[in-house]
Design a protein around this ligand. Sequence first.
Ligand SMILES: [Ca+2]
Ligand SMILES: [Ca+2]
Ligand SMILES: [Ca+2]
Ligand SMILES: [Ca+2]
Length: 306
Amino acid sequence: MGPRLRLCIACAVLLAGSVDAQGHVWTQSPVNGHWYAETLQPATWSTAETEAVLSGGHLATIHSQAENDWLLQTFVLPNPPELWIGFTDEAVEDTWVWTSGDPVVFTSWETGQPDAAPDEDYGYLFQSGNWHDSFGTHSVPGIIEVISDDCDSDGVPDRYQIATVAGSDCNGNGVLDACEPSSEVVRLGTPPNPNAFLPGQTIGPILGAHWDPVVDHTTFLPAAVVDVIAVTANPLNSPLPPLGTLLCDLGATIHVEPTPAGTPFDVLVPGDCVFVGTSVCTQAASIDAVGNVRLTNALDVTVGTF
Ligand SMILES: [Ca+2]
Ligand SMILES: [Ca+2]
Ligand SMILES: [Ca+2]
Ligand SMILES: [Ca+2]
């Protein structure tokens, strides 16, 4: 393949946008950053709006001439000549509203439109660049609009993925679980414990993986023979001299694990996606051969996917 042909293929891919599992071709508007795709089939306005809702959005709402022009150039010209937008007066005749619920701040009706006919309640963008109203039984493609991030950079709006892919937002926070990072925050407490409990050496607290924090004994109970980690549901600050400050609520303990002193722990994080975003308190203690116990800092951790 010559370089020119490869370049043309790259151009075509860029212009065409990314295709989702159902076959929508998504394009992000440079005007407002929203994502748009044509419906899969010509359909009645109601069917088109339903497809848009199931895709995580609505039929297009148009707020400005710039938005209108971009939609015209991107979807209408040269074909098809008509595309549904989310404008309707089906509820109250002559009161046109956007299905997105946005206020009407811009209109671009064709001269003579909307018609006087009372049963033309659904707007479409015409190849002239202006809008017409038509019957609900009219069958043309529609323009789906989704307001969304694309945190996984796959060229498909995340809201579409969340709306259509089961388990993609298992914790229900509106962010693709695949985009949620793990975190490990050091907490020393009051009075402060030594900062000896170090975050995961090779990996953070990641869904379904082995988390491996370790206690550094360089300046902390150098004669330790065993380290113990407690994973609990709740943080705490309870001074226990001479042990140090207890920073995790042992009454809410989830997991306890010993390891030979200085050897990384091997904590298996559950693999169920419901744990993405879950936060727990973790703290280590070290014990020497004669039974002295010392408490480390806490790591307040959040389970992520990377
Ligand atoms: Ca009407
Ligand atoms: Ca009309
Ligand atoms: Ca995406
Ligand atoms: Ca999520």
